[in-house]
Design a protein around this ligand. Structure first.
Ligand SMILES: [Zn+2]
Ligand SMILES: [Zn+2]
Length: 455
């Protein structure tokens, strides 16, 4: 007996009492696992319906805010909830209290609908530590298989461009996923530009000009590809420095910035109009150059480039706010938001500024969320409908006897949970992870039967 363990007199009565205590722990744990299954079902549904999408970055951010989980644990819940949507065996085993949440969490890192049944047996037979080790070994095999596939994909990339008999040029190819994503993004941006140009020229041509048929998506894609090629050649195939690539330049007339109803323009460099709410957001924290025009629109004076928020003030702001102040967010990098916009005469002072991440800066300027500083100096956020969005929501009501309520619910669901429900089938043999994976994993390079048996 270890010196720190309490001295125990093992009378039969005492042993009996400890057994009952142990059984109660095991039974209640099974109840909690079964309840966790229900919780994950609810999270999956909430996530799928975008229930969190009112101002939160993700379902995990909402969960962290609403129930007080740390963000890592919240992300893990959402991941497991999503995974269980396609893994009915594991989902049901958790709901019956037969597999603990810890095991299910580990198994969902590697399980697919095809391998679920084998991994379920691993979960039933092994302890949580076995499951964890098998999953780690399984991932190594998955990663090796994935690396082989990635290499294969790279070899299979290709693009063929040739002229057909009728003179049309045919384009056909296979791109690696990330290159494909880049192409699709570029095509979407080019389509958008063409759409905006078409709107402008439609506007000039008057309303009667809509007789032309709207082009199909394939036709618009073809036009977009032409624009991409033109643009690429025009810019001598220079992708630009990362900072410049996403830089946005807006030309705003001063009256528009102060009052959206004022006549005037608010356009991007390429001529696309943006809403005055967007230009206010972009101007909130930006480099600013004031140009004065004469009546004919000629530039008569250009001021020096200034930052709306000077560097020293920005440092103080970062130091005070430490991250986005939107409830439940806390992203470390952000933009300085003027609670009272400078275009309306708001001052660029620490008390009139608040740090907001990109996502939430948009929420405040363009999605109707409101933020103001209360008389006590604390920030108050409101939803678009005016309801307050508290920093920490009040906890949900819990029945006086939560364990009794949980048991009663499971009873009425016909779920019989005992101290033995979640017991592993393991009898104490040594676990050979390598052998187990070779036998279980569908993509493991199988050893010979002899080799496996002799181990
Ligand atoms: Zn702002
Ligand atoms: Zn944020």
């Amino acid at each position: 007996m270890q010196s720190h363990a309490p001295t125990v007199f093992s009378t039969p009565e005492r042993l009996g009492a400890l057994d009952r205590l142990g059984d109660e722990i095991a039974e209640l744990s099974a109840h909690l696992d079964a309840a966790t299954a229900r919780l994950l079902d609810l999270i999956r549904e909430f996530d799928a319906c975008g229930g969190w999408n009112g101002g939160f970055r993700s379902c995990a951010a909402w969960l962290s805010w609403r129930v007080g989980l740390d963000l890592g644990a919240a992300r893990e819940r959402v991941r497991v909830a999503r995974a269980l949507g396609t893994l009915p065996l594991l989902a049901e085993a958790l709901a019956r209290g037969e597999l603990s949440y810890a095991k299910v969490r580990a198994l969902t890192r590697v399980a697919t609908p095809e391998t679920e049944a084998r991994l379920f047996s691993v979960g039933r037979a092994g302890t949580a530590a076995h499951v964890e080790r098998i999953v780690r070994g399984w991932r190594r095999v998955d990663r090796r298989a994935e690396a082989r596939e990635t290499a294969l994909r790279h070899v299979r990339r290709g693009l063929r461009v040739y002229q057909d008999e009728d003179g049309m040029v045919v384009v056909r190819g296979r791109l690696e996923p990330e290159v494909g994503a880049l192409l699709m993004q570029a095509l979407a941006a080019a389509r958008e530009t063409l759409y905006q140009r078409a709107r402008v020229s439609d506007g000039e041509g008057g309303r009667g000009n809509v007789s032309e048929e709207t082009p199909t998506l394939a036709q618009r894609q073809a036009d977009a590809l032409a624009l991409l090629a033109e643009t690429a050649l025009h810019h001598e195939l220079d992708p630009g420095a990362p900072g410049e690539r996403y830089q946005v330049v807006v030309h705003v007339d001063a009256p528009v910035l102060a009052d959206p109803d004022q006549p005037g323009q608010s356009v991007l460099e390429d001529g696309a109009r943006v809403s005055s709410e967007t230009s206010q957001r972009l101007a909130c924290d930006a480099n600013r150059v004031v140009m004065r025009h004469d009546e004919e629109g000629r530039v008569v004076e250009i001021g020096a480039r200034t930052r709306t928020i000077p560097p020293a003030l920005r440092r103080a702001l970062h130091h005070r706010d430490r991250g986005c102040r939107f409830p439940g967010c806390g992203v470390r990098f952000g933009q300085g938001h003027h609670l009272h916009h400078w275009a309306h005469g708001g001052q660029t002072t620490l008390s009139n500024l608040s740090l907001l991440c990109r996502r939430h800066h948009r929420a405040v300027h363009e999605e109707g969320y409101q933020v103001a500083r209360g008389p006590d100096g604390a920030l108050r956020f409101k939803r678009p409908d005016g309801r307050p969005l508290p920093e920490v929501p009040s906890p949900a009501a819990v029945p006086g006897d939560p364990v009794g309520a949980l048991r009663a619910r499971h009873d009425s669901d016909g779920l019989r949970l005992t101290a033995r429900t979640a017991c592993p089938g393991w009898l104490g043999e040594r676990l050979d992870v390598g052998w187990a994976i070779d036998v279980l994993h569908p993509r493991a390079e199988k050893r010979t039967l002899d080799g496996a048996a002799s181990r």
